[in-house]
Design a protein around this ligand. Structure first.
Ligand code: HAM
Length: 407
C-alpha cells in the first residue's frame, strides 16, 4: 500500500473530475458504497478466482461478522441495487474509490488501488455495451492517452460458456500444460487461456474457440456491439482468448490495454456484462454491465506517454508581511474569501526569507506589506514571473480588484 502525496494527489483529483464530467454528461449518477461488506457479497465474484480465494482482506469483526475489505465495486453496487431496488431503470451509476487485494505488489500492482467505473443495471441492449465502452474511450482521450488498445470478446450465454468450459476441460486434459496451469485447469479451465507461460503456448494456440459455442442470440449481440463500435469509429481487436479475472461475466467482455506497461500489468481497465450477478445477491433477475479503470495504472501510463502532467494550479498570491504577521493573516483571509488562492510565511521571518518562500511557492504575485505600506494604507504588488512587469504600490482597498484585473 502506498501514500500518495502532493502534487501527485492533484492529478488524482483532476483525473476524477475528468471522469465525473464524462459520465455525468451521459446521465450517470454517483454511488458511494462501504469499503467493508459481508464477505458473502464478494465470494459471488467467483469461488474459483484468485481475487476471492487468495486476495481478499477478509476478517471477523468484533461482532463475529465475517466481513471483507472490497476487492472491487461491481459486487457492492449490485448488492446496493438488490437492497434498494431503484424503480427507474436503467439504473446508471458511476463510482470512484479504493479497493484492496492481497497481491504481490510491483509497479502498477498494489494492495490498495483506486478505480473509477460505471455500472448500468436493467438493460440488455447492445447499444448500452457500445455506450459504456465509448465512455471509457472518451475518458482516455480526454487524458491525452493514445497508446490504448480496446480488446473485445464475448463469453456467450451461460449455457454457451458452460459448453465451452466442458470442451476446454476435455481438450486440456490431453494437452501438454505446465504444472501451474494443470492446477488452474482443475479449478477454472477458462483461466488456463490467460497463462503467459511459454510451456502452455502451443496447447493454448490449439484450444477450441468460444465463438464455436455461441447461441444465435449471443452471436447477434456480439455482432451488434462490434457494429456499434465501428459506427462510432472506435477501434478494437477481437481476442477470442480474453477471459478476464472475475467469474461473473456473460457475453460482452473487454479490456483496455496500455502500450507502455509490463504485460502482466498492462490492463488499464476492463469490464463486461454480468447478467446473473444481481440475482445471485438476492435481487430480481437483472441484466448488468459496467467497467472499472485502474487510476494508479492509468496515471503510470500517462507518465510513460508524457501526457496529463502536473496539474497543480499555481497560487495567485504569496503575502509577505514584515510587520509582525497580523497583516498577512487579514490579507490572506480577504483574498481567499474573494476567490483568490493565497498563502503566507510564518514565524516573522526576514523579508529575504519570505521572498524566498514566495518564489518557491510559484505564486503569480507577491503582496508585500512593510512599515511604510502599513502607515500609508498601501501594499506592494510584485509580479513574480521574470517578464511580468514592474512592482506597483497600490491602495490596500484596491488590492482585490487590481489582482482580478490582472488575472
Ligand atoms: P478488474 O479487471 O479486476 O475488474 O479491475 C479493473 C482494473 O483495476 C484493472 O484493469 C486495473 O487497471 C485495476 N487494478 C486491478 N487490480 C489492481 C491492483 N492490484 N493494482 C492496481 N490496479 C489494479 C474489476 O474490478 C471489475 N469490477 C470491472 C467491472 C465493472 N466489470 C463490470 N463492471
Amino acid at each position: 500500500m502506498r501514500d500518495i502525496l502532493p502534487p501527485e494527489t492533484a492529478r488524482w483529483r483532476r483525473l476524477n473530475a475528468v471522469f465525473a464530467d464524462v459520465v455525468s454528461a451521459a446521465g450517470y449518477g454517483q454511488v458511494i458504497t462501504p469499503l467493508i461488506e459481508d464477505v458473502g457479497v464478494f465470494t459471488r465474484i467467483g469461488e474459483a478466482t484468485d481475487v476471492v480465494t487468495k486476495e481478499l482482506y477478509a476478517f471477523e469483526d468484533r461482532g463475529g461478522r465475517h466481513v471483507s475489505l472490497r476487492p472491487e465495486l461491481t459486487a457492492s453496487v449490485c448488492r446496493a441495487f438488490a437492497q434498494h431496488r431503484p424503480a427507474a431503470l436503467p439504473w446508471k451509476v458511476w463510482y470512484t474509490g479504493p479497493n484492496f487485494r492481497q497481491e504481490k505488489a510491483q509497479r502498477g500492482r498494489y494492495r490498495q488501488f483506486d478505480q473509477v467505473g460505471v455500472e448500468v443495471l436493467g438493460v440488455d441492449d447492445a447499444h448500452l455495451d457500445v455506450e459504456i465502452i465509448a465512455l471509457a474511450a472518451e475518458f482516455y482521450q480526454r487524458l491525452g492517452l493514445t497508446q490504448v488498445t480496446l480488446v473485445l470478446n464475448s463469453l456467450g450465454e451461460p449455457e454457451d460458456r458452460a459448453a465451452y468450459v466442458a470442451a476446454l476441460e476435455t481438450y486440456f486434459a490431453d494437452a501438454d500444460l505446465s504444472e501451474q496451469s494443470q492446477t488452474t485447469l482443475a479449478k477454472n479451465p477458462l483461466r488456463v487461456l490467460d497463462s503467459k507461460r511459454e510451456h502452455d503456448a502451443v496447447a493454448i494456440e490449439g484450444a477450441p474457440q468460444i465463438s464455436e459455442f455461441y447461441s444465435d442470440d449471443a452471436a447477434a449481440h456480439f455482432a451488434a456491439v462490434q457494429a456499434g463500435l465501428k459506427r462510432l469509429g472506435i477501434d478494437f481487436v477481437v481476442e477470442p482468448k480474453l477471459v478476464r479475472g472475475l467469474d461473473y461475466y456473460r457475453r460482452t467482455i473487454f479490456e483496455f490495454q496500455g502500450g507502455t506497461l509490463d504485460s502482466a500489468q498492462n490492463a488499464l481497465g476492463g469490464g463486461g456484462r454480468y447478467d446473473g450477478l444481481v440475482e445471485a445477491l438476492g435481487g430480481p433477475a437483472t441484466p448488468g454491465i459496467g467497467f472499472a479503470l485502474g487510476v494508479d495504472r492509468t496515471l503510470l501510463a500517462c507518465d510513460d506517454e508524457g501526457v496529463f502532467g502536473d496539474v497543480t494550479r499555481p497560487l495567485d498570491v504569496f503575502v509577505v508581511d514584515v510587520v509582525g504577521g497580523q497583516e498577512a493573516a487579514v490579507l490572506t483571509a480577504e483574498l481567499r474569501a474573494a476567490g483568490l488562492s493565497a498563502d503566507r510565511g510564518y514565524d516573522n521571518r526576514s523579508m529575504k526569507a519570505q521572498m524566498k518562500l514566495a518564489n518557491r511557492s510559484e505564486a503569480r504575485f507577491a503582496v508585500i506589506v512593510g512599515a511604510d505600506e502599513l502607515a500609508d494604507g498601501t501594499v506592494v504588488v510584485r509580479p513574480m514571473a521574470r517578464d511580468a512587469g514592474d512592482q506597483q504600490t497600490i491602495p490596500r482597498t484596491d488590492l482585490i480588484s487590481h489582482l482580478k484585473d490582472r488575472s
